[in-house]
Design a protein around this ligand. Structure first.
Ligand code: NAD
Length: 350
């Protein structure tokens, strides 16, 4: 059997990191039939849109997609492909795990936290307007609805059970935003009662930011609204080793899309030098989603070992604060080859 997956290579460094991901994911021995569809800057001239219909058709048909980053053209009048994909496919749950792997150079080496972020509403609903004459002021609506809050909180609890996690922390600002924050808080409290096996707690977002910086290992799964989740997931990624190793997934009722947290880093495009791990671990998340847990674990362990050994690491992990002794940076493909070699060895005895 092979899985049919939509593969969107993306812009800038996207093709390099998605090639690396394909190499590693295929090293598990699992069959994949990649439906490669292009979106973003590179198709703009020909298709007159960065998100052609055939990309959406492919994802709707295959249900699962993995993508590289896509450049958002500034001032072109087109909305971001990423935002459009979320809205059109109703991808409402953004999942960003942050696990320490980069070793002694990171601030902490015991982080294992997942931020589950509501991705369709809140302050990112896109409801904005000017107030008064000559743009005296501006207003952005923080839309929080009961159904969207219920489905993200339920999603977080179900995710915690599936991933054998123990604790959920709901993050809000209900003391100040009494209606929007209060609604999210009330929903989280009510739904938590349906899951007595998972420990439930709450934090105000400002306190949460401070607690994460002080003791991130105390947190397991965080569920929160759009803007808070965006900020806290970047904070966790930074604590756990940075953009080069931060994977992500965005899941809806019907479709699932996996992608690294980082962008298309245009200045590094075509140089075979950026870290492929964020995209490789997005592939690992995809395998977990597909139920291929052993294969996903082989990828995770191989990435972990490769980074710990520090022999084949890209420039961002070859910095003195990570290595403590000089290390010649590897290329994207050398690092991916080493991870794939380790995965193959593990797959042979799976
Ligand atoms: P970026 O993440 O592309 O790059 C910022 C910096 O982070 C880089 O200069 C580099 O130093 C580092 N970096 C990023 N990825 C790395 C990797 N794999 N290995 C090592 N270092 C890495 O952010 P940006 O420059 O703000 O955005 C560039 C473009 O990407 C913009 O058009 C933006 O809209 C887009 N973007 C797309 C996505 C997405 O498609 N999901 C996400 C974020 C940004």
């Amino acid at each position: 059997m092979s899985y049919k997956i939509s593969l969107i290579p993306g812009d800038g460094i996207g093709p390099e990191v998605t090639n690396a991901m394909v190499k590693v994911v295929e090293a598990t021995g699992i069959g994949f039939d990649w439906d490669v569809v292009e979106a973003g800057e590179k198709v703009m001239a020909k298709e007159k849109t960065p998100l052609p219909e055939y990309v959406l058709d492919s994802i709707k048909k295959n249900k699962v997609a993995i993508k590289g980053p896509i450049t958002t053209p500034i001032g072109s009048g087109f909305r971001s492909v990423n935002v459009a994909l979320r809205q059109i496919l109703d991808l409402y749950a953004s999942i960003r795990p942050a696990r320490s792997i980069a070793g002694e150079g990171t601030l902490y080496n015991d982080i294992d936290v997942v931020v589950v972020r509501e991705a369709t509403e809140g302050l990112y609903s896109g409801i904005e307007h000017w107030i008064g004459r000559e743009k005296y002021g501006a207003e952005t609506v923080n839309l929080i609805t009961r159904p969207a809050s219920e489905r993200i909180v339920k999603f977080a609890f179900e995710y915690a059970i599936k991933e054998k996690r123990k604790k959920i922390t709901a993050v809000h600002k209900a003391n100040i935003m009494k209606y929007t924050g209060g609604l999210f808080q009330e929903v989280a409290q009510t739904i938590s009662k349906q899951y007595p096996q998972i420990y439930f707690e709450e934090r105000l977002v400002d306190n949460m930011a401070m607690q994460l910086v002080k003791k991130p290992s105390a947190y397991d799964v965080i569920v929160t609204t759009n803007l808070f989740g965006d900020i806290l997931s970047d904070l966790c990624a930074g604590l756990a080793g940075g953009l080069g190793i931060a994977p992500g997934a965005i899941i809806g009722e019907k479709y699932a899309l996996f992608e690294p947290v980082h962008g298309s880093a245009p200045k590094y495009a075509g140089q075979n030098m950026v870290n492929p791990v964020a995209t490789i671990l997005s592939g690992e998340m995809m395998l977990n989603y597909l139920g291929e847990r052993k294969a996903a674990n082989a990828i995770w362990t191989s990435v972990y070992e490769t980074i710990k050994e520090k022999r084949y690491v890209t420039y961002d992990l070859a910095l003195p604060e990570y290595t403590q002794k000089p290390v010649l940076p590897s290329t994207t493909s050398q690092m991916a080859d080493e991870i794939a070699r380790k995965v193959k060895e593990k797959a042979a005895i799976m």
